[in-house]
Design a protein around this ligand. Structure first.
Ligand SMILES: [Zn+2]
Ligand SMILES: [Zn+2]
Length: 271
């Protein structure tokens, strides 16, 4: 095999290129999700191997067998995504399979995780095993990933081996690594906090709706006594919650219906 051949650009879906040999040349690509992997301090690009769009620095780390669960190594804007991802994974001990509890595509029965990564691929859904690889082995783009356990729902990075990168895998040292055990422990805590926060927000939203429905029923009911109505309106005004006090920035539930179509709504069912 000759060295330093630029990969022949194959068009089409990045996913289709995953089994190709990794190219020897890199180009300026999408900014890596990890800290300090940009071209320069203020650059918004990272060097990526042009065949699979794998970040050059992350590939170097993976080749040394470095694996990490430290959310703080990610760029700030990706930390929530990581927490959201790991919240859908049943994180167990390092030698167990970590089952995917997130979205399963109804048509293909494949597990999927929504994430827009326009520089890497046009698809909005990715296989959770690939995402688990991104959040542990590194931002290896469309490098193929195989499991050692054969479980297609397993997202345990210790069971996932990035292909054609030449990774160094030392299972025993992973299991015995104190640092990794600490990182894993922290991650579990962070995920638990994230899930709790989400639940509280959800609860707050529900009770707000409850209060409002109750109030509206009271006001609109023709049988409500004048005194009760007056009291309800006065209480609302004193609490600053009356509709006449709603300002344009905080219309709450009297606002236009919000469009909840976020990227997580599966605009396409493919990945
Ligand atoms: Zn990187
Ligand atoms: Zn497994």
């Amino acid at each position: 095999m000759s060295e330093a051949q630029p990969s022949k650009k194959v068009g089409g879906h990045a996913y289709g290129r995953r089994h190709l040999q990794m190219s020897n040349t890199a180009e300026e690509g999408e900014l890596c999700i990890y800290h300090g992997h940009s071209l320069g301090r203020f650059s918004t690009h990272s060097m990526r191997f042009d065949s699979h769009q794998a970040c050059v620095r992350c590939v170097a780390g993976a080749r040394e067998g470095r694996i990490s669960f430290d959310i703080d190594r990610l760029l700030k804007k990706h930390r929530q995504k990581a927490l959201k991802f790991w919240a859908s994974v049943e994180i167990g001990s390092p030698d167990e399979c970590w089952e995917w509890r997130g979205c399963i595509n109804k048509r293909t029965k494949q597990p999927q995780f929504a994430w827009r990564r326009p520089g890497l691929s046009s698809s909005t859904q990715h296989h959770p095993q690939r995402v688990a690889m991104w959040f542990s082995w590194g931002d290896l783009g469309y490098t193929a990933v195989r499991t050692t356990c054969g479980n297609k729902y397993c997202c345990n990075p210790f069971h996932l081996i990035p292909q054609k990168v030449g990774v160094f895998v030392d299972q025993d040292s992973y299991y015995e690594s104190f640092e990794l055990a600490c990182e894993l422990h922290t991650l579990k805590q962070q995920v638990a906090e994230y899930v709790m926060e989400k639940a509280i927000k959800e609860q707050e939203k529900l009770s707000e709706i409850d209060n409002l429905t109750e109030r509206e029923a009271l006001i609109l009911n023709p049988d409500t006594l004048y005194g009760d109505k007056f009291e309800a309106v006065m209480t609302d005004i004193l609490e600053g919650k009356h509709i006449s006090q709603a300002n344009a920035f905080n219309l709450g539930l009297h606002d236009k219906p919000t469009d909840h179509l976020t990227e997580d709504e599966n605009p396409t069912e493919d990945y």
